[in-house]
Design a protein around this ligand. Structure first.
Ligand SMILES: NC(=O)c1ccc[n+]([C@@H]2O[C@H](COP(=O)([O-])OP(=O)(O)OC[C@H]3O[C@@H](n4cnc5c(N)ncnc54)[C@H](OP(=O)(O)O)[C@@H]3O)[C@@H](O)[C@H]2O)c1
Length: 268
């Protein structure tokens, strides 16, 4: 991490109470900067940090809660340099099993909340010619079986922030779409089942640690040309195979996930 890049910056991180966001907070708290965190549970603030850390309780799935949090930010800060649009939930279930409420709830948090927050913080981001980094997913590049609600929220984020990037490039704003590998976090126990109850799913295999993902996200912000950042081989495979041979790619993905889908069928 280039400490001098972050010195005196004002940074907003959503979802810093757990997982990837928590690791980003820990890393950036090594620097003399200002960090505002937004999540429902307040994060554990690292001790003896040179950073000024302001945790704000905020439900990204609620318009009122976002408006309240943004008022506090607007009152106390005259600019935002970097916005980590990171908070998110997953939703597991086959398309026909997934209720409309689950589709809506997943979009409220992963998509509409992020758009609303970005719009409200835009004047402060414009003042600093700031950067937005979105925690997306490889599943936003191509939908996978059993995750139609989650994948579609991430794919929608790609479209909106690509438009945003071109619209605001002359004002000096940047938007980075960051696709982590499978990471060892609470995502699979904080998300939703197809019917909307709390998910209790086992972790995926071959996990990265949140600290590694956080370091790469921080590096992506520091690098002036970051646009779409894909962390690992599976993501690069999807990025190219969707163009070269989508049929073969779908067969490979389906065969990898077939057991998972069939197990769920027996759960119904
Ligand atoms: N883990 C992976 O394998 C993986 C892979 C690709 C992408 N991602 C993405 O990485 C991001 C972070 O997830 P994670 O893996 O670190 O999972 P996590 O450990 O479950 O953390 C999720 C964070 O999002 C916050 N959040 C969830 N719903 C919220 C709401 N309604 N309002 C405010 N904050 C909310 C949570 O805070 P509170 O509960 O305190 O509100 C928590 O801090 C997500 O966008 C996820 O889609 C994860």
């Amino acid at each position: 991490m280039r400490h001098h890049y972050w010195k005196n910056k004002t940074i907003v991180i959503t979802g810093a109470s757990s997982g990837i966001g928590k690791a980003v907070l820990k890393k950036l708290s090594e620097v003399d900067c200002r960090i505002i965190t937004l999540s429902r549970n307040l994060p554990v603030v690292p001790k003896n940090s040179p950073a000024v850390i302001i945790p704000i309780s905020c439900d990204i799935g609620s318009k009122t809660s976002i408006a309240k949090a943004c008022k506090i930010i607007q009152k106390n800060f005259d600019k935002v340099d970097v916005l980590f649009n990171n908070a998110g939930i997953t939703a597991h279930g086959r398309f026909d099993e997934t209720s409309m409420d689950v589709f809506r709830k997943t979009f409220e948090v992963n998509f509409f909340g992020m758009i609303d927050l970005t719009q409200k913080l835009l004047p402060l981001l414009l003042k600093s010619r700031g950067t937005i980094i979105v925690t997306s997913s490889v599943q936003g590049l191509y939908g996978i079986p059993g995750r139609s609600a989650y994948c579609s929220t991430k794919a929608a984020l790609h479209s909106v922030f690509e438009s945003f990037r071109m619209e605001f490039s002359r004002e000096g704003l940047r938007a980075i779409l960051f696709c982590p590998s499978y990471t060892n976090t609470n995502l699979r126990t904080s998300g939703l089942t197809a019917k909307g109850s709390k998910l209790h799913d086992a972790q995926a295999k071959q996990l990265s640690e949140p600290e590694e993902v956080a370091s790469k996200m921080i590096k992506a912000v520091e690098s002036p040309n970051s646009r779409l950042v894909i962390m690992e081989k599976m993501g690069l495979f999807v990025k190219w195979m969707r163009v070269i041979s989508p049929g073969l790619m779908e067969r490979i993905i389906f065969s990898k996930l077939q057991k998972d889908i069939e197990r769920r069928k027996y759960e119904r």
